[in-house]
Design a protein around this ligand. Structure first.
Ligand code: HEM
Ligand SMILES: *[C@@H]1O[C@H](CO)[C@@H](O)[C@H](O)[C@H]1NC(C)=O
Ligand SMILES: *[C@@H]1O[C@H](CO)[C@@H](O)[C@H](O)[C@H]1NC(C)=O
Ligand SMILES: *[C@@H]1O[C@H](CO)[C@@H](O)[C@H](O)[C@H]1NC(C)=O
Ligand SMILES: *[C@@H]1O[C@H](CO)[C@@H](O)[C@H](O)[C@H]1NC(C)=O
Ligand SMILES: *[C@@H]1O[C@H](CO)[C@@H](O)[C@H](O)[C@H]1NC(C)=O
Ligand SMILES: *[C@@H]1O[C@H](CO)[C@@H](O)[C@H](O)[C@H]1NC(C)=O
Ligand SMILES: *[C@@H]1O[C@H](CO)[C@@H](O)[C@H](O)[C@H]1NC(C)=O
Length: 330
């Protein structure tokens, strides 16, 4: 009997499967039906809480999408951004005073625990909530890969070094994405996430003049938009005032973000840099043109890139844990 077991799991078959899995570039351990028997209603439960949160504040869709991105870039998609504590990722520069939605994640976790306790990871909750947020904002849908487990540590240093800054050059951003296995197409498609949500003056002030003049310091910023932003940002000296990343359709997931770039109306320098001769990154400019022309091209590439991003270094099997409370390790 023992011999049988060994034959069905022959080493050569194992090698073939490994090669197949590696060549797809997508983590083989995650599956779309991971909770099909252990928590069959997980999608309904998560969606119900997200729907309610968006009724209260549409911006929450953007905040939840961003949480999943900021989770995945630091130690993989392991829920590490959710951990409380002064040494946590929440206090890293890219997150402090801007990452939000933690209370909504708590509400989702409570609802999911009531449905099937000790089963669904916080990392998977972020992946499902991000997908639902995109769909409920009018964007594309996809089947979310699941089976991630929660990490045991937060990594503030990692958050500071791995996450892209709006002041980074496009080449630096491309390098940071490459470090987690994402390429230039992923950079441009995922930057389209800025079709929803807001940013604070401190993240784009660098493009404005010193406020005693209406001249734009940044020649790649449309001058009437620059004047408008100067008005907004001069009213709040602390840089906390916010404006839409896509000022044409703030709450709608569409390809307007890319159309804005064609007319020098990108908000962050890292947005406009995807389409500006100054940066001279031909590959990103071509993609911006394609996505601005075709929302279906944007949507299909965005879906592919979200699945790739969601598959960054997941903890699976018996690694990590299923956190009881997303804010603390068990
Ligand atoms: C390409 C490099 C990226 C840079 C430099 C960047 C930078 C930023 C900055 C500076 C903000 C405003 C934060 C603040 O006000 O303090 C922001 C907001 C946001 N980012 Fe990005 N981001 C990038 C990529 C992405 C990706 C890949 C996604 C998701 C797919 C994303 C989704 C969002 C969303 C939805 C918001 C609005 C959040 C809200 O309103 O709460 N970003 N980003
Ligand atoms: C600006 O935001 C930070 C963080 O939320 C806060 O500490 C500070 O008090 C804010 N400033 C004002 C004037 O609200
Ligand atoms: C699930 O709930 C039951 C009953 O409330 C409790 O006894 C059990 O410890 C819980 N399991 C986990 C993993 O939280
Ligand atoms: C934190 O992240 C950095 C950069 O990704 C990595 O080199 C380091 O090993 C991580 N530290 C921990 C404790 O996970
Ligand atoms: C990025 O990777 C995808 C596969 O995930 C591939 O289709 C695309 O051509 C790649 N883009 C570049 C610029 O290499
Ligand atoms: C602000 O801009 C004005 C007009 O260009 C210039 O005279 C002044 O020196 C600038 N101030 C600072 C602090 O840069
Ligand atoms: C985007 O919004 C600006 C400012 O409201 C407006 O001038 C412009 O026509 C809009 N563009 C499109 C394509 O709707
Ligand atoms: C955008 O669409 C127009 C009209 O369909 C077409 O002529 C043009 O070549 C397209 N540009 C790109 C970059 O796809």
């Amino acid at each position: 009997m023992k011999a049988f077991t060994y034959t069905t799991c022959s080493p050569s078959l194992f090698v073939v499967l490994m090669v197949l899995c590696l060549s797809t570039g997508v983590s083989s351990q995650l599956t779309t039906d991971f909770y099909v028997t252990s928590c069959p209603n997980v999608f309904k439960v998560v969606r119900r809480v997200v729907v309610n949160a968006l009724k209260n504040e549409m911006r929450m869709a953007a905040s939840l999408l961003r949480l999943h991105f900021h989770d995945c870039f630091v130690n993989g998609c392991d829920g590490s951004i959710l951990l409380d504590g002064s040494d946590g990722e929440k206090f890293a520069f890219p997150n402090i005073n801007s990452a939000r939605g933690f209370d909504v994640v708590d509400s989702i976790k409570t609802a999911v625990e009531n449905e099937c306790n000790g089963t669904v990871s916080c990392a998977d909750i972020l992946a499902i909530a991000a997908r639902d947020s995109v769909v409920l904002s009018g964007g594309p849908t996809w089947k979310v890969l699941l089976g991630r487990r929660d990490g045991l540590v937060a990594n503030q240093t990692g958050a500071n070094s791995n996450l892209p800054s709006p002041f980074d050059s496009i080449n630096t951003i491309i390098t940071k994405f490459a470090a987690v296995g994402l390429n230039t197409t992923d950079v441009v498609a995922l930057s389209g996430g800025h079709t929803i949500g807001l940013a604070r003056c401190v993240t784009f002030n660098n493009r404005l003049s010193n406020f005693s003049t209406t001249e734009s310091v940044d020649p790649t910023l449309d001058s009437s938009m620059a004047a408008d932003l100067q008005g907004l940002c001069s009213q709040s000296s602390d840089g906390n005032a916010t404006t839409a990343l896509d000022r044409n359709s703030t709450d709608v997931f569409d390809n307007h973000y890319f159309k804005n770039l064609l007319s020098q109306k990108g908000l962050l320098s890292s947005d406009q840099g995807l389409f500006s001769s100054d940066e001279g990154v031909a590959a990103t400019e071509g993609l911006v043109q394609i996505y601005s022309n075709s929302s279906s091209a944007f949507f299909s590439d965005f879906v592919i890139s979200m699945i790739k991003m969601g598959s960054i270094s997941p903890l699976t099997g018996s690694a990590g844990e299923i956190r009881r409370n997303c804010r603390a390790v068990n």
